[in-house]
Unconditional design. Sequence first.
Length: 277
Amino acid sequence: MRISPWSIGFIGLIGVVLAGVPAGAEDRSIVVASTTSTQDSGLFGYLLPLFKAKTGIEVKVIAQGTGQALDTGRRGDADVVFVHAKPQEEKFLAEGFGVKRFDVMYNDFVLIGPKSDPAGVKGKDIETALKQIQAKAAPFVSRGDRSGTHAAELALWKLAGIELETAKGPWYREIGQGMGAALNIASAMNAYVLSDRGTWISFKNRGDLDIVVEGDKRLFNQYGVMLVNPEKHPTVKKDLGQAFVDWLVAPEGQAAIAGYRIDGQQLFFPNAEKKGS
């Protein structure tokens, strides 16, 4: 095939451009697989510009349920996982997919429901509330997405002695979606739903919903962060990912987390322990 002089010139120009790119140039961005609550609450929108200004590293977030986020890490499609289901996180670590787990922050779960409270659960403890919701077949929206919130919800039903496989009926609606979608559907249905407090505070489409159960110690919600193991996946950007982990658990990142507020309300409370696990 004959190559025209124009083509030769164009190929030569590409060569000149590529030659001008330093061999050691690195894409200074990382992918973080995280729970939807860190995204839906607006926390990442607040934190990530601060981190980029400090380090020059851009963070691209994949917001999923915790189970899906950990699976993303298992496939090597993320550099860091930032989630909130400690038993699942410890399993991820034990399987060798994570390097070290660090506590980052906590808040709590709250049971949201209609102000009319058809199940009569307002002010009850969470165990009693779930028993009454099931007994009265009051509408309940479950995320059903293997998220940290979904895992916590299932553990709470079990705590209440309710076997969902036999007890659930039309009153129990699994949607397979994130926290924002679950709250929107609960608002439309006037249903009960378990939410992390951060997403609830930032949620605007409340309709007739309000917090009906809060303050139960069993509603504690811990978040953790891990670098994906580069020995499992050599594509992991070890240094950049570790820089993000280190910033989150250092005083600067912890202060930034504490400083994120909506209408004067603090959404997350830093509690990093440097040693990790």
